[in-house]
Design a protein around this ligand. Structure first.
Ligand SMILES: [Zn+2]
Length: 167
């Protein structure tokens, strides 16, 4: 009869038994549990991990790429007003540089700071969100100042939104 060494107490036990008769140690691990953990491990390595790193890459991209598009607040809003779908094609998800006059500076419900750029269409046509790291800079700005803000365009919901902004 085949014998194996119990990993816990070190004594030789019958390979067919599930538990060590001396110390009660589980000798045969549940195959299903092993398969289950194997699948989890594989998912983490091949599915979740690349997604996480990709997400981080996208966030970093905003910080480090130069904006390929430079536009005035009025022009950007006008383009969005004319055809939102076409505007999304051109601008959504892209890092753009928008210049205009500050209408207001504030904080939204989740504590993100924003600067609204006005156009002739309205006081908050372009809403630019900043991380907390930019709080000082954002709060030192004044109404009516002409600024150029770089951020990732996130389409139009009332205002045209710019996220992860910086100067
Ligand atoms: Zn044992």
């Amino acid at each position: 009869m085949a014998q194996v060494n119990c990993k816990k107490c070190g004594r030789q036990v019958n390979a067919q038994v599930k538990y060590c008769p001396f110390c009660g140690n589980l000798l045969k691990k549940n195959i299903l549990a092993r398969v289950f953990f194997f699948i989890i491990a594989v998912s983490i390595i091949f599915i979740i991990y690349p997604k996480l790193t990709k997400k981080i890459d996208e966030e970093m991209l905003v910080e480090y790429t130069d904006p390929s598009i430079s536009i005035t607040a009025s022009r950007l809003y006008e383009i969005y007003e004319k055809n939102e779908l076409a505007a999304d094609e051109n601008y959504k998800g892209k890092v753009i540089s928008v210049n205009g006059y500050i209408d207001s500076i504030g904080k939204d419900m989740i504590g993100k700071f924003y600067i609204c750029l006005k156009t002739k269409e309205g006081p908050c046509s372009i809403k630019c969100f900043f991380d907390k790291a930019h709080k000082k800079k954002v709060s030192s700005q004044q109404k009516g100042t002409h600024v150029t803000i770089t951020g990732r365009c996130d389409g139009k919901r009332g205002s045209v939104l710019l996220r992860k902004c910086k100067y």
